[in-house]
Design a protein around this ligand. Structure first.
Ligand SMILES: [Zn+2]
Ligand SMILES: [Zn+2]
Length: 340
């Protein structure tokens, strides 16, 4: 009998291929490299300890500290949004194409903001329900504000957690970048879901959510309105995606009630990773419809969480494929069993 050494699985939305190692597959416990928490930078060097001298774009109070009554905040804020001191996008002329011999270029116009959480060393994975709701509310509020600005086509909300995930400051923070273009990965995802919709008159993500619900083998967690799964086409070991169960193209239109279910699904998923993989470094981001136009009704917003379990080397950089060294079905079974 032939035993395959790996599986190539095709993404139903983008058409991309991923590789799942089967012969060299690791077991969940092989990922527990870390014995201690990641290093926390000294508070005295931390730029996020005070808001003094910073332009505060949004601030939510830490009402009653949500059960963390042992701490007294100097001015009781829990999340504050400030402009990034070293923005990747900023002022300039909007969508004016210029040319340099063969090449086209334009100004990197946009916004780059940082959402700072009050506690210097409390990771997002350990936020409680109310705190996680505030995080999502802050994401939504800034998204709505920036989507009104000229030149903004797409807004990416993301969170880098830990040095291997690119967080240069250990103090927990998320970021939001508003750009004048639709980025390539997003464009592929949107084009794929549009193609599927045109061919079959249904949303590819709704179809996948229903398929995952009936099979159950890749479910990590679910509540009444959100589903957390290890995707069939996991691009990394222990990748997690969180979908609203009902069709919703745009994250920023999420209802007050849904925020609490989304926060529950995000919090439990992150906490399962935190416990199950002993505080891995990870990135997460929200994929949602572009800001403008009604032509994105076929899209279905979701959160993608990608733990850092491998270093990108020649194969990965040359192909864009990371070999997932655990099957999503095994990863889901393991995380499903982690008690919170
Ligand atoms: Zn700090
Ligand atoms: Zn849908």
């Amino acid at each position: 009998m032939i035993k395959n050494v790996s599986e190539l699985r095709q993404d139903l939305v983008s058409g991309d291929w991923v590789v799942i190692a089967t012969a060299r597959a690791k077991r969940p416990h092989d990922f527990l490299k870390r014995k201690h928490r990641r290093p926390v930078q000294p508070k005295k060097d931390c730029p996020f300890e005070t808001l003094k001298g910073k332009k505060v774009l949004l601030q939510y109070q830490h009402a009653d500290n949500f059960g963390r009554n042992n701490k007294k905040n100097e001015n009781n804020w829990f999340v504050a949004v400030i402009p990034n001191k070293y923005p990747a996008f900023g002022e300039g002329l909007c969508m004016v194409e210029r040319h340099e011999t063969l090449f086209n270029w334009m100004d990197g116009v946009g916004f780059h903001e940082v959402l700072v959480y009050r506690d210097h060393s409390l990771p997002l994975a350990l936020f409680n329900q109310k705190e996680t709701e505030l995080v999502l509310k802050a994401y939504q509020s800034r998204f709505l504000n920036l989507s009104e600005k000229d030149c903004v086509e797409y807004i990416l909300i993301f969170h880098n957690d830990g040095p291997e995930a690119g967080a240069t400051i250990s103090h927990p923070h998320s970021q939001l970048i508003a750009v004048p273009i639709i980025p390539p990965d997003v464009a592929r995802s949107i084009a794929g879901s549009k193609r599927y919709f045109e061919n079959r008159q249904e949303c590819v993500h709704c179809v996948m959510v229903n398929a995952e619900k009936s099979s159950g083998k890749r479910i990590i967690y679910e509540n009444e309105r959100f589903l957390s799964v290890a995707p069939f086409v996991s691009r990394t070991a222990f990748e997690i995606r969180i979908f609203p169960k009902n069709h919703q193209p745009s994250f920023e239109k999420i209802s007050h009630e849904d925020i609490s279910f989304a926060a529950d699904a995000l919090r439990i998923s992150l906490k399962k990773l935190y416990i199950g993989l002993k505080d891995p470094c990870y990135n997460f981001f929200i994929h949602t419809a572009p800001c403008r136009g009604e032509q994105y009704q076929h899209y279905h917003w979701h959160i993608e969480i990608l733990p850092k379990t491998a270093i990108w080397a020649g194969f990965e950089l040359g192909t864009g494929i990371e070999i997932a060294t655990i099957a999503p079905e095994t990863a889901a079974e393991y995380l499903r069993g982690i008690k919170i």
